[in-house]
Write a protein that binds this ligand. Structure first.
Ligand code: CP3
Length: 358
């Protein structure tokens, strides 16, 4: 007889790994696993109208969150939303234009911060929490639900430029020109993000990922200031309220900066990008935190023996420690869904890797 009161629940493998266990085979999920490479996503997306409308429609957002779980049997679902929901909730104008990506009203000087308000954010996040609740109710108990936000640096880079940029030049210049003003913007994003993540956890998210997709363009001193420090503030504040909810950080392209990020932010795991050597991940990061990654998304587009070989190498290098299989960055829209299905089979050990000639 179980001594605990209440129903006996099964802890998802993803949560077990984030809590320190080694799972063989490792759990697998993929960044941007819900998206345009899936015909069933494109159908719902068309029904919704715009991408933002889809993010704010709980029934449809829950449906697309669950699509990749139903199709591939991943070990985790990630809330379908976007990192730019936070600036939108702060009152910044946002649209997603077809073929162009996000367009925001740029923040050019610290005076423009007056246009942002923390007051309304809680109510603006409500529909997103409803998506989390719906997904949480629908998922089997062995599949984890991941909530997320963008890291303050990455979010600020969009808020300042008003669009995606290849080098985050506008935000880097702003931080040098007006450090106080930039810090004020970061502080606002930290507060809104903590609020957002705690709401997601209350609604049923069991783990959190913080996406610092543009961390790699920060010089080392700036990386400490604008990536590590604000991420540490978010992790500290979330863990003060929810000490048992694990956090994954993704300081993409931070190179050797990954070590300080793993040591200083308080995260339980780091998402590794494709530039990190497997032997380096194993010796420098895996002893400190769980590691997640790092197949090249383009190998998933190509599929075949090259993908299978690399997936096997990653498994061989990292599976005897705390490890979650993932990509080094998000899935790209041209990915054939059959290749994703094949990858899952390989990671689960249900398919021998093809021995095609080298
Ligand atoms: O992973 C998931 O499946 C969950 C949903 C999710 C989306 N975006 C959906 C999305 C998550 C976790 C994100 C994070 C995100 N959004 C990041 C960090 C991760 C990364 O890829 O680096 C960033 C930088 C953004 C900002 C963003 N959203 C951009 C630059 C774009 C346009 C580029 C593009 O891919 O079209 C988006 C749009 C977006 N977010 C789409 C999806 C499925 C495509 C929009 C569509 O369906 O029309």
């Amino acid at each position: 007889m179980d001594q605990r009161s209440g129903p006996v629940t099964k802890t998802p493998n993803l949560i077990r790994v984030l809590s320190g266990a080694v799972c063989d085979p490792p759990p697998i999920w993929l960044m941007r696993q819900a998206g345009r490479y899936l015909p069933e996503y494109r159908a719902v997306r068309e029904r919704a109208g715009s991408f933002l409308d889809l993010c704010y429609a709980p029934a449809m957002a829950a449906e697309v969150t669950l699509q990749p779980i139903k199709r591939f049997g991943f070990d985790a679902a990630i809330l379908f939303s976007d990192i730019l929901i936070v600036p939108h909730a702060l009152g910044q104008h946002l649209e997603f234009r077809e073929g162009e990506g996000p367009v925001l009203e740029p923040i050019e000087t610290s005076g423009d911060l007056d246009r942002l308000s923390l007051e309304g954010v809680a109510s603006r996040f409500e529909t997103i929490y409803e998506t989390v609740e719906r997904v949480s109710e629908a998922l089997d108990e062995d599949v984890a639900l991941i909530g997320f936000c963008g890291a303050p640096w990455t979010v600020a880079s969009y808020m300042i430029a008003g669009r995606g940029t290849s080098d985050q030049g506008p935000a880097r210049s702003f931080a040098y020109r007006d450090e106080k003003g930039f810090q004020a913007l970061i502080d606002i994003i930290v507060e809104a993000s903590v609020n957002y993540l705690c709401g997601q956890i209350e609604a049923g998210a069991q783990a959190i990922q913080i996406f610092d997709s543009w961390a790699g363009n920060l010089p080392d001193d700036q990386f400490q200031k604008w990536s590590i420090s604000p991420c540490a503030s978010i992790v500290g504040a979330v863990k003060a309220r929810y000490p048992n909810v694990p956090v994954i950080g993704f300081p993409r392209a931070a190179g050797p900066g990954y070590v300080a990020f793993a040591e200083k932010t308080g995260v339980d795991a780091v998402g590794c990008d494709t530039s990190l050597a497997l032997s380096w991940i194993k010796s420098k990061l895996q002893p400190k935190v769980a590691v997640q990654g790092n197949l090249d998304p383009l190998l998933l587009v190509e599929g075949g023996a090259a993908m299978e070989r690399r997936a096997a190498e990653i498994l061989e290098a990292l599976s005897d420690g705390r490890f979650i299989f993932n990509l080094g960055h998000g899935i790209v829209p041209s990915t054939p869904p059959e290749h994703v299905a094949k990858l899952v089979e390989i990671v689960k050990g249900r398919l021998p890797v093809s021995t095609a000639a080298d």
